[in-house]
Design a protein. Structure first.
Length: 70
C-alpha cells in the first residue's frame, strides 16, 4: 500500500518556501493518506494517527524531526 502512495506522489512538486521546511511533503502525504484509510476524519485525527503510529511509520519514512501534534 505505502509503495503505491509514494509512487503516486513522487513527482509532486513542493510549493513551500525552502529553508522553512521541517517535514518532507511526501512524508506528510503518506501519513495523511494512511490515516484517512484507517478512518481519520479531521486534521487532529491525522496528527494523532501519525503520533500513535510513529514507530511503524519510521520504518519507511524519514521522521528524523519527529511527529508533531501541533
Amino acid at each position: 500500500m505505502v509503495d503505491g502512495i509514494v509512487k503516486s506522489f513522487w513527482e509532486l512538486s513542493d510549493p513551500r518556501r525552502q529553508g522553512r521546511i521541517q517535514y518532507k511533503l511526501l512524508d506528510i502525504l503518506v501519513i495523511a493518506v494512511s490515516a484517512v484509510i484507517a478512518g481519520a476524519e479531521t486534521w487532529t485525527d491525522i496528527a494523532n494517527y501519525g503520533y500513535m503510529k510513529k514507530d511503524w511509520l519510521a520504518t519507511f519514512l524519514d521522521l528524523s524531526n519527529g511527529v508533531s501534534l501541533a
